[in-house]
Design a protein around this ligand. Sequence first.
Ligand code: ATP
Length: 346
Amino acid sequence: MSSVTLQAVRKTWGAFEALKSLDLHIPDGEFLVLLGPSGCGKSTTMRIVAGLEEVSSGTLLFDREDVTRVHPRRRNVAMVFQNYALYPHMTVAENIGYPLKVTGVDKAKAREKMLDAARKVDLTDYLSRLPRDLSGGQRQRVALARALVRDPRVFLLDEPLSNLDAKLRVAMRAEIKHLQRSIGVTMIYVTHDQIEAMTLADRIVLMNKGQIQQIGTPDEIYDDPANLFVAGFIGSPPMNVVTGEVADGVFRAPGVTVPGAPGRGPVTLGFRAEDVTLSPTGAFQGTVFEVEPTGESTFLVVEVGGGRAMLRADKKHRPALGSPVAFDVPASQCLFFNPGDGLRLR
Ligand code: ATP
């Protein structure tokens, strides 16, 4: 396996800048997830690593080797797509072994490698089946094994779970994570699903409009968002935001007074639904707009500070619509942002 480094990588199509000078280092054996909304440049980044797309400028390294201009076939990366692209007329064994067949590896050696890859993804009992006689999850494992069989330096997965139903997705998520850990491959995984990113990644790269917004562990990105884009993208529900004014260290918005605030003038306060404690004398005073039970808890949609916020409350809590609601957020869980550029103040 290899580490992967992108240095000042840019990609333009005509006047359109799909990637704006990307810097990223992925250590050997890391599970890195590229996350972001549609069109942010995730797939372009991955295709550049694979060699399917050329950089407009910048450098790509595998370990210390400059592979920027190396032909895709010589990079030894394995890519798994959404639709797996299995050969329908070939058995599982033939599908997995196919990459070795085309590169002309010795037959006995090829069979050994095929069996080894099949074992890693737990497919040994299905070797003579055709893809159409497999479940979605098993097909996915064939695709993974076919990628593994070449001992790639880097493993690339582009939304590999998006065609599966919800239940299978959750199961396959655990399988992919387990596989990655057990064989220690460097993996770059593209998704627009933040839950998938949070559950799988060693580190997440959150992108928007061709730029990295933040790189960090799932906890860092969740607890310490660098800006309002990150705060609004990560978390379900996303972070609540209230925009008000700070004067003499006190944040004020309609029904909200929070001391210890940084900055002055317009400031945006952020807090998460689960950090709220209902309290009649709380610093936040609002009214109940809607009540959303989820089974494990109840979300209150509250009108507060001139906007709406989601609060997580006890599952048995079912206040009347329009009734007053007051709550507190611990000072450590109140984040402050500059509403102009969105950057975190504290
Ligand atoms: P999605 O989740 O929708 O796949 P993405 O984050 O993977 O989105 P990319 O596929 O990397 O996004 O595309 C980034 C931007 O570059 C998009 O605006 C896209 O329209 C543009 N783009 C991609 N390929 C080309 C191309 N061949 N020519 C021109 N523009 C392109």
